[in-house]
Design a protein around this ligand. Structure first.
Ligand SMILES: Cc1ncc(COP(=O)(O)O)c(C=O)c1O
Length: 355
């Protein structure tokens, strides 16, 4: 245990607890021997994901940010169109400094309402013909909401009918799969290109994989090189991702079941409100009747006193007396009984002065 970190237990997926170098190195060592050659793990990971997701080809990228911007660029160049459509809270707009526009000259059409899932009507309403429509499954900023399967199929069909590619931001496809309860390749089949993350619920060091038909992925590889994303060795990222596929992917349904139990306990207690109710994936939001600053301070006090980290950040709400935070159930949150989390949330609300 690192005495400089106050965190002893955490409800936050990316807490330092399981990301310490010694723990990560132990995971890697389980997957290699003296005869393993440097390029082999990457090729093995790409083959494994192409098979799992039923795509012709897969390519490792250093980040999802690079992978998705490249995917959209290739779709745009192939169609001679510069626009793409995505949910107003897409990661590309909120967290990537508008790289799609500044680096790639693309234009984003925000489709639909900020606080609701995208609909077919929202896609129809995009007036400029899009090169691609992007879906984030699940929609993280809506508490991990997912469109129903029939809606998703209708939406991807519509995108293609409009001459656009269907692209999946599958940073959390591993979580989304637990709701649809269909094989990963059936979900991926709805999309022309798919990005998955290696370091979120798979707990890798970093990295992403972009998948699609062979020609598309080859073209994406040109941009990977142009943008300086080609790395001589990727095995540190790749080995931790392979470990995640072996050990964490099979647990995703159990993570979802525990998320549902935690959310039910929070809602039974009643001091705060877990949404969606019940959660569709291992990810959900806790809506708290107290403002962002007060909740942040209350969380910091609980961490300092008891070593329990409840969240990484608190989201503000239009109503200044309310805020929310995210819980993603992975190995960290499995250590908490649902009633304990409900008790912590209750205490948090009281300390933040919530009503
Ligand atoms: C939904 C979503 N898409 C894309 C990304 C980008 O991934 P990366 O951090 O590998 O650039 C993230 C990262 O948090 C994400 O949450």
């Amino acid at each position: 245990m690192n005495p400089s970190s106050p965190i002893r237990r955490s409800l936050f997926l990316h807490a330092s607890l399981r990301r310490r170098p010694a723990a990560v190195l132990r995971r890697m060592l389980e997957l290699v021997d003296d005869d393993t050659l440097p390029g082999e793990p990457q090729a093995a990971l790409e083959r494994r994901l192409a098979e799992l997701l039923g795509k012709e080809a897969a390519l490792f990228f250093p980040t999802g940010t690079m992978a998705q911007q490249v995917a959209l660029r290739v779709h745009a160049e192939r169609r001679g169109r510069s626009a793409f459509a995505a949910h107003p809270q897409t990661h590309l707009d909120g967290w990537e400094m508008q790289g799609y526009a500044v680096v790639h000259g693309l234009r984003l059409h925000r489709a639909g309402d900020r606080h609701e899932l995208m609909t077919t009507a929202d896609i129809e309403a995009v007036a400029e013909p899009p090169a691609a429509v992007l879906w984030e499954l699940p929609q993280r900023d809506l508490g991990g909401l997912l469109p129903e399967w029939a809606d998703l199929r209708a939406q991807t069909d519509l995108a293609r009918a409009r001459g656009a590619a269907a692209h999946l931001d599958g940073a959390r496809l591993w979580e989304a799969q637990t709701y649809y309860d269909r094989p990963h390749h059936e979900i991926a089949r709805l999309f022309d290109s798919v990005y998955v993350s290696l370091y979120k619920s798979l707990q890798g060091v970093a990295g992403a994989v972009l998948l699609g038909e062979a020609g598309f992925v080859a073209e994406a590889g040109v941009w990977l090189t142009r943008l300086g994303g080609h790395e001589p060795e990727t095995w540190p990222q790749v080995l931790t991702a392979l470990a995640g596929l072996d050990t964490l992917l099979p647990r995703m349904a159990a993570f979802r079941a525990h998320a549902i139990a935690i959310a039910a306990a929070i809602n039974k207690d009643g001091a705060a409100y877990a949404y969606p109710d019940p959660p569709q994936t291992p990810l959900f939001h806790v809506h708290v009747p107290a403002g962002r600053r007060a909740v942040t301070e209350a969380g910091a006090a609980i961490l300092a006193e008891r070593g329990v980290q409840m969240f990484a950040r608190v989201r503000s709400a239009p109503d200044p007396r309310r805020s929310s935070f995210e819980i993603t159930v992975g190995e960290n949150a499995m250590e908490f009984a649902p009633e304990e989390v409900a008790g912590l949330v209750h205490e948090l609300v009281e300390r933040a002065g919530g009503t």
